[in-house]
Design a protein around this ligand. Sequence first.
Ligand code: ADP
Ligand code: ASP
Ligand code: MG
Length: 402
Amino acid sequence: MGLIVQKFGGSSVANTERIFNVAHIVTETYQRGNNVVVVVSAQGDTTDDLIDKAAEINKSPSKREMDVLLSTGEQISIALLAMAIEKLGFPVVSLTGWQAGFLTDSNHGNSRIRSINSERLQKELDKRNIVIVAGFQGLNRYDDITTLGRGGSDTSAVAIAAELKADLCQIYTDVDGIYSADPRLVKTAQKMDEISYDEMLELATLGAQVLHNRSVEMAKKYNVNLEVLSSLERKPGTKVKEVVNVEKLLVRGVAKDRDVARIAVIGVPDQPGIAFKIFSLLAQRKVNVDIILQSIGRNNTKDISFTVAKGQEEQALTAINEIKDSIKAQEIVVDEHVCKVSIVGAGMQSNPGVAAKMFEALFEAGVNIQMISTSEIKISVLIHEDDDIKALNAVHDAFTFN
Ligand code: ADP
Ligand code: ASP
Ligand code: MG
């Protein structure tokens, strides 16, 4: 007998039929003698609908009240799933994030889990109850409700699996595993049997929303046995683990992220200290900067461009405007119509041709590259957002994935 954590995303619990489908998966696992903790997300588009509803009332509500609102979606799901499991005749109890002991920091809307007090969870498991936990939510140390960021239920599930030392953490979703690119956007995408924590962490961070990036980070840290699979088809999914046996591929996957904005600081003097002034101020204001590009000085001036997550461009702009005169910038330009396309693969470190191949594919597809950034296991380019699907497909099809 083991302990299995199963997480079901929004589409897997979207309606009554789907809820009973989940109830059957869960109770079958339980009947095989396992203890089962289930983590669920809000049904279907509930979270998006709640965000829209809030905007009808107040365009800039406090983050605290947003979390009070958004956490309700998951609370509906846990009760409905528990009722379905009751109906099938199994012992079950639903718990909110706080009842399940999730303590987080106070960064409303994007909180990190600090700890889980698993006493209650353990007590319910000892009674041989199936335990249904609301994902995506917790309490901070002031007992205020917090949420973990979009897609955060994955992280709730992995955190419970780590805390309870579960034998397996299964993330059930609407695709049957992790692919070399989003299978809804790239028809030639290949399903993987397994992927390493490091490669999956990069892919998730670079926009592959199939797993919340913090869930992968945590799975790696606590060595959680993680699997992504379909809630609608009974077949093996993709395992995420420390070492992957298969032959090292040059490129493991391709991802895109439209959640970026580019800011260009134009015509600053070509002298030391300017980049320092800009980026130390941005750091002070907690603006996360991603790709940075500085042009070679011409006529004694240079341009500095960088990207931030969408939603942070206002903050960045305000900060730079404050020092605009002191750094003698001629102009500050913001472009929100950009997209980042990235390739990830541990095998690219020792292969100099990979970047050229990616750029060639983009050239042949007629996609202009605005910025480039590379690290040992990834290459990212910034392009116009209208080119996103074209670029994703072109880059994907330039490499082989099996
Ligand atoms: P859930 O509601 O179950 O959490 P998400 O929508 O968050 O589901 O994540 C699943 C979706 O992730 C898929 O429907 C797919 O479109 C998308 N996706 C993006 N990149 C990938 C990838 N590399 N492999 C599989 N799915 C991906
Ligand atoms: N319901 C939340 C969201 O839509 C959390 C999740 O689905 O993981 O982002
Ligand atoms: Mg998700």
